[in-house]
Design a protein around this ligand. Structure first.
Ligand SMILES: Cc1ncc(COP(=O)(O)O)c(C=O)c1O
Length: 386
């Protein structure tokens, strides 16, 4: 049998059983409320979609584009950072485009790590955070996601050889943990002292609730000397399918990634880049509106579950609710039971690494009425003996 070493080493897809059962129920005509996959459902900014249509009509926009991103697009990202965070980023040397934060992260870790290296990674985690170092031949030293800043030092001490990369992500998927500026400063200082490259996945930059605005890593002093940050249009601008994000910050790291990517791709379809530029410049209010939609859903879910006797932590950010399983069942068993008995799909916490056992993650990707319907089903399922 042919060996596929890189993919054979990956564990079986942890969400597969829930996905299979969900499709089976739907095929048999059941109405399943899908709060599993965090696939944004909020409408994209109209002004950007209009621009996309217009740009797609021009033949010249169908040629190869640039893997670094059009100069105007990088300039628009730089303007966003300046206006929102008071941070200056040179669009020529300190910003490069990626095909979503996910692709950017994988290739960034390819550039930063090699066989024998170690990366510090939060656990549980968005799965690719735990697997991307392995694609580069490197190992992962896990850091508890819910106590990340305090846990980093211990994880560093425990790691042999010493880690080269510190990966972090606030607001965090799946735990919804957030970090304040002082905590980010501690991570930056730690990275500087230990000569680590700090990688901050800022995919949920735009999704803060109750007036909370997640800080950028570059609001910490000296961050640009040690850190790169990934900012994506997926969540805040609800443009998941467009695959447009940026890797910004430390110039030598950004330059090395841009060099690698010049060998790998030609960037997103040019009309998407042009329209994304318009989104960043002309739809600046959109992320706050999108966040308000998720906030309403968070309220519907957390309040509803609480009335059903399941008290869950109320997230300050992201598009998720990370809930401790109230019955003591294993995450996979509980997720399957919710699907069978309540017709609600959720992600078992164990799919985000062993440290996610005991939890499920709700993605807030159905409207408030559907969430209320989900809660009614869950209330009944919780009342059943297990
Ligand atoms: C932490 C984190 N990073 C990156 C991504 C993917 O973002 P993008 O669509 O920009 O690749 C997600 C999506 O769920 C995520 O949760």
């Amino acid at each position: 049998m042919t060996e596929f070493r890189r993919v054979d080493a990956l564990p079986p897809y942890a969400f597969a059983e829930v996905e299979r059962l969900k499709l089976e129920l739907r095929r048999s005509g059941e109405d399943v409320i899908d709060l599993g996959f965090g696939n944004p459902d909020v409408a994209p900014p109209e002004v950007a979609v209009e621009k996309l249509r217009e740009a797609a009509l021009l033949p010249r926009n169908h040629r190869y584009s640039s893997s670094r991103g059009l100069p105007n697009l990088r300039a628009a990202a730089s303007e966003l950072y300046r206006d929102r965070y008071g941070v200056e980023l040179d669009p020529e040397t300190e910003i490069t485009m990626s095909l979503g934060a996910k692709e950017g992260l994988v290739h960034l870790l390819w550039v930063l790590l090699g066989p024998g290296d170690v990366a510090l990674v939060p656990s549980p985690s968005y799965p690719i955070h735990l697997f991307a170092p392995g694609f580069a031949g490197a190992a992962v030293q896990r850091v508890p996601a819910l106590d990340f800043v305090a846990g980093v030092e211990e994880a560093w001490e425990a790691s042999q050889p010493r880690p080269r990369v510190l990966l972090c992500s606030f607001p965090h998927n799946p735990t919804t943990a957030v970090a304040d500026r002082e905590q980010l400063q501690r991570l930056v200082d730690f990275a500087r002292e230990r000569q680590l490259v700090l990688v901050h996945d800022f995919a949920y930059a735009d999704l803060g609730f109750d007036g909370y605005r997640p800080p950028s890593i570059f609001e910490a002093e000296g961050a640009k000397e040690v850190a790169v940050e990934l900012y994506s249009l997926t969540k805040g601008f609800s443009l998941a399918g467009w695959r447009i994000a940026f890797v910004a910050g430390r110039a030598d790291v950004v330059g090395a990634l841009a060099r690698l990517k010049s060998y790998l791709d030609y960037g997103s379809f040019q009309p998407l880049q042009i329209a994304a530029t318009v989104a960043l410049r002309e739809a600046r209010d959109r992320p706050a509106e999108v966040a308000a939609v998720y906030e309403g859903r968070r309220n519907a879910l957390c309040d509803g579950l609480s009335r059903a006797g399941w008290d869950v932590a109320r997230p300050q950010a992201t598009m998720f609710v990370w809930a401790r399983i109230p019955t003591g069942e294993l995450a996979q068993d509980f997720a399957v039971r919710l699907l069978r008995e309540a017709h609600v799909a959720v992600s078992p916490g164990s799919g985000f690494g062993a440290d996610g056992e005991g939890y499920v993650r709700f993605a807030l990707v159905e409207n408030e009425q559907r969430i209320a319907q989900a809660v009614r089903g869950i209330r009944k399922a919780l009342a059943q003996p297990t």
